[in-house]
Design a protein. Structure first.
Length: 429
């Protein structure tokens, strides 16, 4: 979350920075709560100072044998007032913390202006879209005709926006995840982790999922302890929050982590959008990338994270482009971010396959992760970064659509063949 001192010292700048991103209306409420807080603290401290002076005077009077009952009665009233003020202060602190938790991160000054993804700025392209000698089909048609995708049985098992992958489809999913993990761990210096898929509310709060995205989360109640546990919407959540409350040595930074997990999202508010195929699912697999570093290095680390994600598409020889997200399209916690969009021949356009974000110190402050500077001084908050490296389901889409053949089969990209037992094509099962 944002540093309260920044809001207190320069509220106009904060409001201007959040004008397109949202949350500017909360700043005045926070300032009002902060003013109440400081007023209560001052009144409490004044009363405590009065009580201390009175206690000394009462002690002297009693030693002289003088009657101090009136002053003692007055101090009991002061003690009751201090107790009441402490209660008010606790309520105000809670209100300010609740408001701070709802304020988005400030966009980096280099982020382009704009209100939606239509205002995002293209940075570069890689590869040339294939010229088909036939009309390319959408991935759902290709996959279902080969018997790889089975959304109907998934609806029977759960509901819409789930799918069942059969045979070569399941193997393709596993092969893609293995390729991504091998690339990121062997060539990009990420450490692979296996993490819980259920996390508590404090973990979701630390990574910015709560309170803003409560409606988009799947959750359950622990029958033994009666507390709510959330299904992770991305491995970013446990990968980042596991260092909550810790102080890391600067020499150990940057920390680079990766994990392959399912992601669970209710996709609240997107009903009717991207309903066909497996582009937008309630459950999907993803290889996540997370970095912890110093704020000074974080923007260089963001560029390298984007390059790490791009490397997967380059190995698969899939055309893509990189766009920088404008202010209005930045996520809640993001200071600067990029989307990688892969070419979809059936749609004749690029669609998102990865999103890479730098949360800067906002992420470290919210997760309570600090680092100890190598040159001494007090611990400072780390910068946290995350990105998809890649979303497996959307990579399946890209492979099925870009590598489809006129006879309905799908050529397997050369880089994937070692993970597919040497097979060169996906055929009907």
């Amino acid at each position: 979350m944002l540093d309260l001192r920044l809001i207190r010292d320069d509220p106009e700048t904060v409001e201007r920075a959040l004008a397109e991103k949202g949350g500017a209306e909360l700043i005045r409420q926070i300032l009002a709560g902060d003013a109440d807080r400081r007023r209560l603290i001052k009144e409490t401290e004044d009363l405590k100072a009065l009580r201390n002076r009175a206690s000394e005077a009462i002690g002297q009077a009693r030693r002289k044998g003088e009657d101090a009952s009136a002053e003692m009665a007055r101090m009991r009233e002061v003690a009751d007032r201090i107790k009441a003020l402490d209660g008010e202060l606790k309520d105000v602190d809670g209100r300010v913390e609740e408001l701070l938790a709802q304020v988005p991160n400030l966009p980096h000054p280099s982020v382009p202006p704009g209100r939606s993804d239509e205002d995002n700025v293209e940075v570069r392209r890689w590869g040339t879209p294939r010229a088909f000698a036939f009309t390319p089909k959408p991935h759902e048609d290709v996959g279902e005709k080969l018997g790889l995708l089975d959304p109907e049985r998934a609806v029977k098992l759960a509901k819409s926006r789930f799918t069942v992958l059969w045979a070569g489809g399941a193997r393709l999913s596993r092969a893609l995840a293995q390729l991504m993990l091998d690339l990121h761990t062997r060539e990009h210096a990420y450490t692979e982790l296996w993490v819980p898929h259920l996390v508590n509310g404090a973990t979701m709060l630390r990574t910015g999922q709560l309170p803003k995205f409560e409606d988009a989360l799947f959750k359950t109640v622990d029958a033994d302890e009666g507390r709510t546990l959330y299904l992770i919407p991305t491995a970013e959540v446990p990968l980042t929050a596991m260092h909550g409350g810790e102080v890391l040595d600067e020499a150990s930074l940057p920390r680079r982590y990766t994990a392959f997990t399912p992601s669970y999202r209710r996709e609240a508010g997107t009903y009717g959008k991207d309903m066909k195929g497996i582009y937008r699912q309630h459950q999907f697999d993803k290889v996540e990338l997370v970095k912890l570093t110093t704020p000074a290095r974080s923007y260089d680390e963001l560029e390298s994270m984007v390059a790490n994600a791009e490397a997967v598409l380059q190995r698969l020889e899939l055309p893509y482009r990189v766009v920088e997200r404008c202010v209005g399209d930045l996520g809640f916690s993001t200071a600067k971010g990029y989307d990688i969009e892969v070419w979809r021949p059936h749609l004749e356009k690029y669609t998102e396959i990865s999103s890479c974000s730098n949360y800067d110190a906002f992420g470290g402050r919210r997760a309570d992760i600090r680092y100890r500077p190598a040159n001494g001084g007090k611990p400072e908050f780390v910068a946290t970064l995350n990105g998809s490296g890649l979303a497996v389901g959307r990579t399946i889409i890209a492979v099925l659509e870009n590598y489809q053949e006129a006879d309905g089969t799908v050529t397997i990209p050369a880089a994937l063949r070692p993970y597919m037992g040497g097979a060169e094509r996906l055929t009907a099962r």
